[in-house]
Design a protein around this ligand. Structure first.
Ligand SMILES: *Cc1c(COP(=O)(O)O)cnc(C)c1O
Length: 396
């Protein structure tokens, strides 16, 4: 586990990532100066500098950006949510150009890309990103190559793996940019820029901040022309996180390496036990030998991560029963926090209809794995009645 070099900041070059998460983005050493970056609550800045206003720059945001940039090996720009970061990239798509994206993706991303397609803003080509031949065909477009490729790996919630290096090579061959949503992995497990991607996107709301208490997004690139366009997008679109949230996210980042180690070892245990449970008909986790793309996952990641999905034997109501019977684990959306969360994804009206109705997605936390398992096992075996739940109104 070695840290990529970050030429932007001499202090943020660290040999190992588990050191970088703790040490990167700290203030310069001054006697009696703070060890942590202060929370700078000032929208405006004294004249005479190169920034002047908080949409462009703020010292607390900068500290977080230095740290995450050091981990991914590029220049980081933070946004007020993962969706804001994704939309900043979408704003760079040339008018009318072809964009390739994975057929399974974070729901909000798919809905937004489809909107842009409907508006004639882009021509969207959705593809099975586990199929190298189909991916190449979609990017080359028989003489009409794509301008951008947007992938997520692993995908939400099917846990498919896309070969980042191969996709980057094809994208570059056809002159397309590759952006990778790496939220499920975090830089501790996957660094797409090292594999040839142009941009890595994170919903820092999830594993990076790690405590389910804020929304934040980030884009990291090692292409200086793209970095300049990205900061322009933040200034012009205005989706800037607060200094307080940036401070909290950096505080969360400090424990990222140990949290991921624990959550991942728990996830491996839970995935193996689920795979042997009579009430479970399938488990999707890259750490299981039977996973379709286990080889690619092994090659391009430093571990299978903390996310898994499984299919409850039965129908939507049976899966709903399991979610409603859970006691220690929380029935809620989102992921990457210290607490274990799970949900039936199709409770969201906008979820991809190709996602099975009886699929449960689980974000494994850092509790004792036997406690998580005992709760999950009792919920899988429960025979209680199922309450009618109010469906989320917006749904992405
Ligand atoms: C949550 C999530 C997003 C959106 O991020 P927000 O911070 O909720 O706006 C994008 N991609 C993935 C994979 C996510 O899990």
């Amino acid at each position: 586990m070695s840290a990529p070099q970050n030429s932007q900041n001499r202090h943020d070059s660290f040999a190992n990532l588990d050191t970088a998460v703790v040490q990167a983005g700290r203030p310069a050493v001054t006697p009696d100066g703070p060890v942590n970056p202060p929370i700078v609550l000032s929208s405006t800045l004294h004249a005479g500098g190169e920034h002047g206003y908080m949409r462009d720059w703020n010292a607390t945001l900068d500290a977080f950006e230095q740290a995450l940039g050091a981990l991914d090996g590029g220049k980081c720009t933070v946004f007020s949510s993962g969706m804001a970061a994704a939309n900043a990239v979408f704003d760079l798509f040339p008018q009318g150009s072809a964009v390739v994206a994975s057929q399974f993706s974070y729901t909000g991303v798919t809905v937004r890309l489809k909107e842009l397609h409907e508006l004639g803003r882009i021509q969207l080509r959705l593809v099975d990103i586990t199929d190298d031949v189909a991916v190449e065909k979609a990017i080359s477009g028989d003489g009409e190559p794509a301008s951008w490729v947007w992938i997520e790996t692993p995908t939400n919630p099917m846990m498919e793996i896309c070969d980042i290096e191969a996709t980057a090579a094809v994208a570059r061959h056809f002159g397309a940019y590759l952006a990778v949503d790496s939220t499920f992995m975090t830089p501790i497990r996957q660094r797409p820029l090292e594999l040839g991607a142009h941009i890595v996107m994170h919903s820092a709301t999830k594993g990076i901040a790690g405590h389910s208490d804020l929304l934040m997004g980030a884009l990291v690139t090692n292409d200086s022309a793209l970095a300049a366009k990205i900061i322009d997008r933040r200034v012009l679109l205005g989706a800037v996180p607060s200094a307080f949230d940036s401070y909290l996210a950096l505080r969360g980042l400090r424990t990222l390496a140990v949290r991921i180690d624990k959550a991942e070892s728990n996830a491996q245990i839970i995935a193996e036990r689920l795979a042997n449970h009579p009430k479970v008909s399938a488990v999707y986790y890259p750490g299981l030998g039977g996973h379709k793309n286990a080889d690619v996952a092994k090659r391009q990641t430093d571990g299978p991560g903390f996310m898994l999905s499984f299919i409850v034997d039965g129908d939507a109501e049976d899966a709903e029963r399991v979610c409603q019977a859970i006691k220690l684990v929380t029935y809620a959306t989102s992921l990457g926090g210290v607490e274990t969360l799970m949900e039936r994804r199709r409770r969201w009206p906008s979820e991809n209809l190709a996602v099975p109705e009886n699929l449960i997605r689980m974000s494994v936390g850092i509790e004792n794995p036997n406690d998580i398992w005992a709760d999950l096992d009792q919920a899988l075996n429960s025979t209680g009645s199922v309450n009618q739940q109010t469906q989320p109104k917006i749904g992405y």
